[in-house]
Design a protein around this ligand. Sequence first.
Ligand code: HEM
Length: 423
Amino acid sequence: MTIAGIDLSEMAFWGLPLPDRAAAFATLRAQDRPAFYPEPDVPFTEKGPGFYALVRHADVAEASRHPEVFSSARGATSIADLPPEFNEYFGSMINMDDPRHARLRRIVSRAFSPRLIAKFELDVRRAAAAIVDDLLATGPCDFVQQVAARLPLKIICDMMGIPQDQYDMVLANTSMILAGADPEFATENAEQAVLQILGAGQALADLVTGLAAERAQAAPAASAPAFDAPADLITALATANSDGEQLTSAELASFFILLVVAGNETTRNALSHAVMLFTEFPDQRALFLADLEGRMEGAVDEIVRYASPVIFMRRTLTRDYTLNGQDYRQGDKAVLYYYSANRDETVFADPERFDITRSPNPHVGFGAAGPHFCLGAHLARREITVMLRELLTRVPDITAGEPDRLLSSFVNGIKRLPCQFGG
Ligand code: HEM
């Protein structure tokens, strides 16, 4: 693929087969300088100045290490500038810089420590076992609906204390928010599509603020459970911690939207890609099955590297800056393509090869080191581990058919994935 034929701001690019897309990023990485693209058309927004595509591992790592220069506050999850209220409403701390970001992250991060995630380990195992029971009872089916979508949804809803009869509503609304340009979710009419997304956010916000109010009444703040023994995350976040900090109702609503969107779709897609990868690379399946526990950690990280469920995050320059030989001006937009950094041949030998023994594997699938590094990385790793163990122990011959991919420049999504086994 020639450089002139690659346009990252064209939706058609994101519909290309995955190997073509990977080849295009290899071409971009081979250039001396980051390519500059015009901005995609987004309804209700003014067309901005365009963006630089940061496709190399070193560029993504350095930009992430310097949040004071590469700011998230103008929006991390969209290349177009969205209204600030929209960014905060849907993105919470992912679209903020310190000190506001740091305050929110401090309040919520205790709930995501490895020690507290360990408390959910048994829940995760039980949920994964029940999902595989159902899979075996159903037989070959759509892996996304039957398996991949169910585990992350159940775990995040359990952590937040969302009643089971609301799971479908949470799933439908998070899918709507991340569906982007995919015609299956968004209507043809752009204004209508924005209203649909706003409606989905409102529905999630109403759910969580309603539950928080109910729980505040049932358990006054003074007797609220401490983080060491949280009854559920909503109660814990909406009541003061030992430093007297708590989230306001608006902050809680936005954080919940971020959590269910960031926590569901990403892990779901990682699991779907895992089955595709073990189908495409049978030698890696054999290697994995020969020592599931010994190779688990490596397999999980290699799945996240190869799949890169989050394709990019954006930053905006707060001042003029030179990054690896390229000059940027204040106000420039830089888009950090994790998908490409994870294929950088100067860091990963033979990057298109799925290799569960790859070591070291300094992928940036959860973001690169810096203040926004994925809050849920530990939880996601646990979920993927438990599900792979359950699945490959009980259904070791499971294979994937042709995926139905989400049309999105942001999420490497799989909408449907036929799977076969037992014959
Ligand atoms: C395989 C699964 C996952 C992937 C690939 C992934 C990817 C990412 C990436 C790339 C970022 C960096 C954002 C940036 O630098 O601007 C991020 C941030 C974040 N992720 Fe994840 N994520 C995953 C699972 C989860 C889960 C399970 C949760 C929560 C339950 C979660 C919650 C978050 C939050 C809250 C942030 C924002 C952190 C901040 O701004 O300080 N993620 N994730």
